[in-house]
Design a protein around this ligand. Structure first.
Ligand SMILES: Nc1ccn([C@H]2C[C@H](O)[C@@H](COP(=O)(O)OP(=O)(O)OP(=O)(O)O)O2)c(=O)n1
Length: 152
């Protein structure tokens, strides 16, 4: 049986509860989820909250220690690497890739991101704030190329 879970940009709250929705609970392995619309502008804090709720609903908080989350993230980095393994150099935008391969890539990138966000949260790090400050620090360390002066 196929399920179609439609998520719109204005329904992030709905999306937030999808993992614990009746449809999700009733789903069996191999059944299809069809997210027809993209979720726009989801924030790190939104994702962090969803991950906390996901762990709480399954009583998985006891497993989400900093070390376990780090190891889980590294494992997902390995799965991400496997997608690129033996392919040689890949063009930007992945023009010759099958849709299924791109979807798989999106899933593995998401797994890395989600474990990273959860790790930061569990460690009490505000990742959005830390990353923004790091970008500023990077810009000071690596100043932009000076513009060429126009000679009058
Ligand atoms: N204790 C856990 C287990 C899973 N997840 C979440 C975070 C990841 O987004 C995803 C990882 O799930 P799997 O371990 O099933 O890994 P994959 O989705 O990569 O499946 P597979 O390894 O079979 O390809 O689920 C989590 O938060 N906490």
């Amino acid at each position: 049986m196929a399920y179609s879970l439609v998520i719109s940009g204005s329904e992030v709250g709905h999306f937030r509860s999808i993992a614990d929705s009746e449809e999700a609970k009733n789903m069996r392995e191999g059944e299809e989820i069809n997210a027809d619309e993209r979720v726009m502008d989801v924030s790190l804090k939104d994702l962090s909250k969803q991950l906390e709720e996901f762990a709480m609903a399954r009583d998985w908080e006891k497993f989400h220690s900093p070390r376990n989350l780090l190891l889980a993230m590294v494992g997902e980095v390995g799965e991400l690497s496997e997608i690129f393994q033996w392919r040689g150099e890949v063009d930007k935008g992945l023009p010759n890739w099958e849709d299924a391969d791109k979807e798989h890539l999106g899933e593995e990138l998401s797994d890395v991101l989600l474990y990273l966000i959860r790790l930061a949260d569990i460690c009490g790090i505000d990742l959005g704030d830390a990353a923004t400050k790091k970008i500023v620090k990077n810009a000071i360390k690596y100043p932009p190329k000076p513009r060429e002066r126009k000679l009058l």
